[in-house]
Write a protein that binds this ligand. Structure first.
Ligand code: ADE
Length: 322
């Protein structure tokens, strides 16, 4: 398993990331260090290359040779994708896609029957592989859609325990973006190179790496341009607003798409060894003077339509690759 804690230790200090063949994959600032580290771990986990990381200065030498077993490989673009699970938080986000593929409700497994998760399935179509569409559902206590990481982890766990689990999970939904990162309302990101958490703070030795939750995204980069998507780090927290502490963490982790589920979906996928990609469309600009809830409500329908078309576009490209 990659030593993310050690990698974090290297941040902000002189460092260098090399493959064992001596090929330098990154050096310089903290954000680049994280990206390079993730690239190196992806390379190892896909067995494209064997990597090693050497941190200089105060940090110990690191090895990524153990990367693999519990962590999902990135998705080589040539790999056939026969079944995809799409995990979404709100029914309002999912409705256009649900309609477009004609997804029909599926019963949850008996052991999951008390959970709010809503499952639907669609057989492979002319331009998509077999689909499971999973939505977090409605909280039975408040009657509110279950957004956030707890429900997202439950939904993902249900999906990955279906009799025929998916080859790929996509965490699809709306996000906040930043004008400082070049976003506008409607900008759609494909998650790359990793997912991260920005609101988990555990100042105990070794625990912060777990709290950061940096996990690689499936390698869908080749599709970004055709889909009109930007690539970027998806950063997850359980609040719609951005606290000053969250702000500092997001600047540090290089996040460009702020949302509330992806890192939890990614964690469960990685426990199960299933690749996970992310599609996130901006409903609100975090660095705008307009309150986030107003932006979110005004742009939710258009963003959900954009999620439908981008997701269908990606599925079609994945189906074509077979
Ligand atoms: N989903 C859409 N916009 C968001 C934001 N600003 N923060 C978290 N999740 C979001």
């Amino acid at each position: 398993m990659p030593d993310h804690h050690a990698a974090r230790l290297a941040l902000g200090r002189p460092y260098e990331v090399r493959t064992l063949a001596g090929f330098a994959v990154g050096a310089g600032d903290p954000v680049a260090a994280k990206a390079a580290f993730t690239d190196a771990s992806v390379a190892v986990s896909t067995e494209v290359a064997v990597g090693g990381m050497h941190a200089h200065g105060e940090t110990p030498s690191l090895s990524l040779l153990d990367v693999g077993a519990p962590y999902a490989p990135a998705m080589p673009n040539s790999e056939p994708v026969r079944r995809v699970a799409i995990v979404m938080a709100m029914e309002a986000e999912a409705a256009p896609l649900r309609r477009a593929v004609g997804a029909q409700d599926l019963a949850s497994p008996g052991w999951a029957s008390a959970l709010p998760v809503r499952l639907a399935g669609a057989p492979a179509g002319p331009s998509w592989p077999e689909l499971v569409l999973a939505v977090n559902g409605t909280d039975p206590i408040t009657g509110i859609p279950c957004i956030g990481t707890t429900a997202a982890a439950l939904t993902t766990h249900v999906v990955l325990n279906l009799p025929e689990p998916p080859d790929l999970v996509l965490t699809v939904g709306t996000c906040g973006g930043w004008t400082r990162a070049g976003a506008s309302i409607g900008t759609t990101y494909l998650a790359w190179p990793h997912f991260s958490c920005h609101d988990r703070r555990i100042d105990l030795p070794g625990f912060q790496a777990f709290a950061d939750g940096d996990l690689p995204a499936a390698d869908l980069r080749t599709h970004a341009e055709a889909l009109g998507c930007e690539l970027g780090i998806v950063t997850t927290g359980d609040s719609l607003d951005e606290s000053p502490t969250d702000h500092d963490r997001i600047v540090d982790n290089g996040g460009v798409a702020k949302e509330m589920e992806a890192a939890a979906v990614a964690w469960v996928c990685h426990l199960h060894g299933v690749p996970v990609g992310g599609i996130k469309t901006v409903t609100d600009l975090v660095d705008s003077a307009v309150p986030t809830p107003d932006q979110f409500s005004a742009n939710l329908a258009a963003a959900s339509a954009a999620l439908e078309s981008t997701t269908l576009g990606l599925l079609s490209r994945l189906a074509d690759a077979e």
